[in-house]
Design a binder for this molecule. Structure first.
Ligand code: TNX
Length: 531
């Protein structure tokens, strides 16, 4: 039942099995209940071979890990997930037994790559094997989803805790599977960001793009330009108090993300979207006059002063300090909606700024307007147009892709999580249209933009802009249930792509979100279980 390189029809048949429509994966548990069919997880696994006895976690189960720091750490992470709800001790041990929950790093298994894993479940054990720690971690997320939703609760639940029998072999389609959080329009504190990271990790998202600056707020402390944060971060949309991350807090976010195998991509949006910086330092303005802080939601009215040398001192200092606290490969320099920057100035600015990113050891990421200048070698351009964006703009992006620029796809009328679901959605915007759950899932990143070589597509990202969102409950409502679909587009092979089976798997996530305290929009397109 491998799904690799299967013809399309066969692939479709197989995904029906993977989606749990078939009873083949269903295994009766000790109490007569049915274990989640193997493969009924999000993202859909690349290959599912269901069958054999289920595995059952009991009070005597041990979590067996390799004698490695990462193995032990992932073992204790899993124990932290399972102990509160099962009430079992679940000791984490490296004593090498063959029963229990086994997490194994095996460098030999080269087919599993940097993030893949194999999960084998049978009578005595469930074994997750991976080449790299990230793969083990992703396998653990699959194991979580195969257990009853109540496993997510933080008080002891009745069980039983069965995992259907069989083997999942799973590797991602794309290496970049991102989510962006706009902490500028409304500020979100460290604990709120950690909460979002945990929600992302469950769906194997591996990149957190933090939109750290915009007209309404500058959110990261920069020692050489202290007013950026202290003044530029002092408000937000609607006039609330705003806030910013100290460097220690930012490092804590990066550390936490990395413990969940997410890489942080920080964004300083330039040369537009810079009112907070311009308000903080008069000398950054062409006329030397600082504008007031801004708490509205217009875009496109601000620009750094491209002709002034001080602008590049500023950019150099900011990128140097940010690069120093960012272990990830990329610094995102924005570049969108620079409506107040003449085109020649935009090109000049990007020509001067991209080498600064390289000078501090990072690669450039930018919104796709970067392709209107010359993207640096190794740059990633993030496409945020619409299905019907004009052909010339798409061709500019495609031409850059053919020239070696990598693409991350965030089509706004598909994966902008701040778009309203329908006309009655109380939160969000609708400039890109209404984006129901099916629409956000039902497209293929592999052939979305004409004229783009498949190898140029590095993955997908779901941005969450926060002009209208100010609480974690607001974020939940817009991200769920669309976010898991974008995560699946990033991870799962194209052959598994099918709305009718996906919506069944999606519906099955609802009890898990309830157990985790994650809110969501009950779209009428999804066959949710009764509440
Ligand atoms: C467009 S997408 C923007 C943001 C807004 C967003 C709202 C992009 C690169 N720029 O400034 O917040 O729309 O949906």
């Amino acid at each position: 039942m491998r799904q690799h390189r299967t013809p399309r029809l066969l692939g479709t048949l197989l995904l029906v099995v993977a989606a749990g429509i078939s009873v083949a994966g269903a295994a009766p548990s000790a109490a007569g209940r049915t274990a989640t069919p193997l493969g009924q997880v999000i993202p859909a696994p690349a290959s599912v071979d269901a069958g054999g006895s289920p595995y059952r976690i009991t009070s005597s189960t041990r979590i067996r890990v390799d004698d490695s720091r990462e193995g032990r750490r992932i073992g204790s992470y899993l124990a932290d997930v399972l102990r509160p709800s099962t009430g079992y001790r679940l000791p984490v041990t490296d004593d090498g037994g063959r029963d229990g929950i086994r997490l194994q790093l095996s460098r030999k298994d080269s087919a599993l790559g940097a993030e893949g894993y194999r999960l084998q479940s049978g009578k005595g054990a469930v074994t997750i094997t991976a080449r790299e720690p990230a793969g083990l971690f992703h396998g653990v997320q699959t194991l979580r989803q195969l257990l009853p939703a109540a496993v997510e609760k933080d008080s002891v639940q009745p069980g039983p805790w069965a995992v259907a029998g069989g083997t999942i072999t799973d590797t991602p389609r794309y290496g970049y599977r991102g989510a962006m959080l706009d902490v500028s329009r409304h500020f979100f504190g460290v604990d709120q960001v950690k909460r979002y990271i945990d929600q992302l990790a469950l769906y194997k998202v591996n990149t957190l793009h933090l939109h750290l600056s915009d007209d309404q707020g500058w959110r990261i402390a920069i020692d050489s330009w202290p007013r950026l944060a202290s003044y530029g971060g002092s408000t937000q949309v609607g006039g609330g108090a705003g806030g910013f991350y100290t460097k220690a807090q930012y490092k804590e976010i990066v550390r936490y993300a990395s413990s969940r195998f997410l890489e942080v991509v920080p964004e300083i949006d330039m040369p537009g979207h810079t009112n907070a910086a311009l308000a903080s330092y008069a000398e950054l303005n062409c006329d030397g006059v600082a504008p007031p802080l801004y708490t509205g939601t217009e875009v496109g009215f601000s620009s750094l002063c491209v002709g002034k040398p001080v602008t590049y001192d500023f950019v150099d200092d900011v990128i140097r300090e940010l690069a120093a606290i960012t272990p990830g490969r990329y610094i995102h320099i924005g570049g969108d909606e620079a409506h107040s920057t003449p085109h020649e100035d935009f090109v000049e600015f990007m020509t001067k700024v991209q080498p600064v990113v390289a000078k501090y050891g990072k690669k450039v990421m930018g919104w796709h307007q970067l392709t209107g200048a010359s993207p640096a070698k190794g740059a990633l351009a993030q496409y945020w147009g619409l299905d019907d964006t004009n052909a010339a703009e798409k061709e500019q992006v495609a031409a850059a892709a053919r020239n070696g620029t990598g693409l991350v796809l965030s089509p706004a009328d598909r994966v902008y999580l701040d778009m309203k679901y329908n006309a009655d959605t109380p939160l969000g915007l609708d400039w890109a249209g209404l984006v129901e759950v099916k629409r956000s899932y039902d497209w293929d990143p592999g052939n979305y933009l004409a004229g783009v070589p498949g190898s140029a597509v590095r993955g997908v990202e779901a941005p969450l802009w926060t002009e209208t969102l100010s609480t974690s409950a607001n974020l939940d409502y817009m991200a769920f249930p669309r976010l898991p679909g974008v995560a699946e587009l990033g991870w799962s092979p194209a052959a598994t792509h099918d709305w009718d089976t996906y919506k069944v798997r999606l519906a099955a996530q609802a009890p898990r979100w309830d157990a985790m305290g994650t809110g969501y929009y009950r779209s009428s397109q999804v066959p949710w279980p009764a509440e």
